[in-house]
Design a protein. Structure first.
Length: 139
């Protein structure tokens, strides 16, 4: 008999699904992973994000910088690692729904631009067809 997934497993599946959808919307993979990871796991160090998101350091830093520029993360207090080095903590500034709004707006603008482009193509094709029809009737 199949076992039902545990609540944590179900939540993890939802976060993974959300991450995939964000990537399909055009968000960089590393940014989507870090954003969903910070929501799922809470405040994390850069090293934690590397491990949890299965990303390399440059990608984690790029994602953190992008989220910081969008004012979506807070750089929390520094704490010492077990090696005595300082570790910076990052966490989402807002709840998940509010954190996703800038990405949704960007996708909506992109979609609107695509629809406008389709309208322009249709108008050009109609114009070309009309001109060809006029030329063939004149000849």
């Amino acid at each position: 008999m199949d076992e039902l997934p545990s609540n944590n497993s179900a939540i993890e599946i939802l976060h993974d699904s959300l991450c995939k959808q964000l990537i399909q919307l055009g968000i960089q993979t590393h940014t989507a992973r870090v954003l969903t990871c910070l929501h799922y796991h809470g405040a994390s160090t850069s090293r934690d994000l590397q491990t949890k998101c299965n990303l390399r350091q440059p990608d984690v830093s790029i994602a953190i910088n992008e989220l910081r520029e969008m004012n979506l993360i807070i750089h929390s207090a520094v704490h010492q690692t077990n090696r005595g080095r300082p570790a910076h903590m990052y966490r989402l500034r807002y709840k998940l729904e509010q954190s996703l709004q800038p990405f949704v707006r960007i996708a909506q603008v992109r979609a609107q631009n695509i629809l406008c482009g389709i309208d322009s193509i249709n108008q050009i094709v109609t114009s070309i067809s009309d001109d060809q029809l006029k030329e063939s009737t004149v000849a």
